[in-house]
Design a protein around this ligand. Structure first.
Ligand SMILES: [Zn+2]
Length: 407
């Protein structure tokens, strides 16, 4: 058990600090380091001037897809539509054990990069049945001492166009999943997309659960699901409990319509998640030049007061052949894609992989503050710009004051 981390740089504070940790694994105090150096106490970790952050959060991941690239037909177009098609076929053959093993590998990757909390989506529906969900539940159980995982039930093939999905979603929630997922734009018609969103709120009420919906993951400016989700959030009284993931079409709307949608998101206190690597990769595929970047309007959303986070989304799967589980790489891509390289921009991106997703996932005990759980990463670099520049794995990862990795 670690009793303190000393000689630590902290975001937003000058000088070096000591973080004291008490026996229940929470942070007892944050104090400036006194001259004379750290005591030679084996329970005290010397950060040696490195930056210490709360553990990273990967708020949007697909653990059931991780490391599946070699199990499916090649995605020759590189598009979302082709990936969904190949995955729909492949998942009919997957066993829960295969899913569990690939998920465990990805979870280990994420832990090695200092991730302390994951929100993963898991496919449920006619093709997936409950096998993928069972594999992910088993992987969560096997790793619960090392990492927290929220599971979103995800009807990848739609709900209206996959009539078996709804009951599978219910079953997955009964088995222990946490959040109602959706993919509103993946239905046959606009009317079906609206119906899809209504069904998500019905399920959310039934299970008293939050919603995290893949939405408008397209460059098509006619894709208008986000405004429906935001309006329904207000109508159904679910403010603060809904997350819109991707929201790519917002970047293709004209400014006037985008402003209207953003004001609806503010009214619904809807959280937004962007997945910069995957959206840079999948979107803009139909463009000649100039090519759109595909990400939602990250800076405009933050300026409007919306809680924006960033996720890894995919690790070596048919949607995205790259991805490592390193949230610093996710941040690095976001810095480039949304011109967030100013000092203020860098801080915004740091928030997108720490404090902001903690709000979206509603993690009460999260943060580098007195009384919060000591889930900490100790980095070699001393400031956020250098942390993103080098993107090195943490030297040490603590969970509730216990050493999970390194030191
Ligand atoms: Zn996703």
């Amino acid at each position: 058990m670690t009793t303190a981390v000393t000689n630590a740089h902290l975001r937003g504070r000058d000088g070096l600090w000591t973080i004291a940790i008490v026996a229940d694994g929470t942070i007892a105090s944050l104090d400036p380091v006194q001259p004379g150096g750290a005591p030679a106490d084996p329970t005290v970790i010397d950060a040696d001037g490195g930056l210490v952050l709360p553990a990273f959060i990967d708020c949007h991941l697909h653990l059931d897809l991780a490391y599946s690239l070699d199990l499916v037909a090649p995605n020759t177009s590189g598009t979302l539509v082709e990936a969904i098609g190949h995955w729909s076929e492949a998942k009919r053959e997957l066993t829960a054990e295969n899913v569990r093993q690939r998920a465990l590998r990805a979870i280990d990757d994420e832990i090695s990069f200092g991730v302390g909390h994951i929100r993963t989506h898991v496919d449920v529906g006619t093709a997936a049945e409950m096998r993928l969900c069972e594999g992910i539940l088993a992987a969560r159980e096997a790793t619960r001492e090392r990492i927290d995982i929220q599971i979103v039930v995800f009807p990848q093939d739609g709900i209206v166009q996959d009539p078996g999905a709804l009951e599978q979603m219910r079953e997955a929630m009964r088995l222990g999943c946490d959040v109602i997922g959706g993919i509103a734009h993946n239905e046959r018609t606009e009317a079906d997309s609206r119906r899809h969103i209504d069904l998500l709120f019905d399920l959310a009420e039934e299970f008293d659960a939050d919603i995290d919906c893949h939405i408008d993951e397209t460059d098509d400016p006619r894709s208008r699901c986000t405004e429906v989700l935001a309006a329904k959030t207000v109508e159904r009284g679910w403010q603060g409990r809904v997350t819109a993931s991707h929201v790519c079409a917002l970047a293709s709307y004209d400014d006037e319509h985008a402003a209207r949608v953003i004001s609806l998101l503010v009214e619904g206190r809807v959280h937004v998640i962007t997945n910069p690597g995957v959206n840079l990769h999948l979107q803009g595929r139909g463009d000649r030049y100039p090519k759109r970047r595909g990400l939602t309007r990250v800076s405009e959303l933050i300026d409007a007061g919306i809680n924006v986070s960033a996720g890894q989304d995919c690790i070596r799967d048919p949607f995205y052949p790259l991805g490592t589980g390193n949230m610093l790489e996710v941040g690095h891509l976001l810095i480039h894609a949304d011109h967030l390289s100013t000092p203020a921009g860098i801080e915004r991106v740091a928030d997108c992989i720490t404090d902001n997703p903690a709000k979206a996932l509603r993690l009460d005990g999260y943060g580098l503050a007195v009384g919060k759980r000591a889930d900490l990463v100790i980095l070699d670099a001393a400031d956020m710009t250098e942390v993103f520049r080098t993107r090195q794995a943490p030297r040490c990862v603590l969970r509730g004051g216990r050493r999970v990795m390194g030191c």
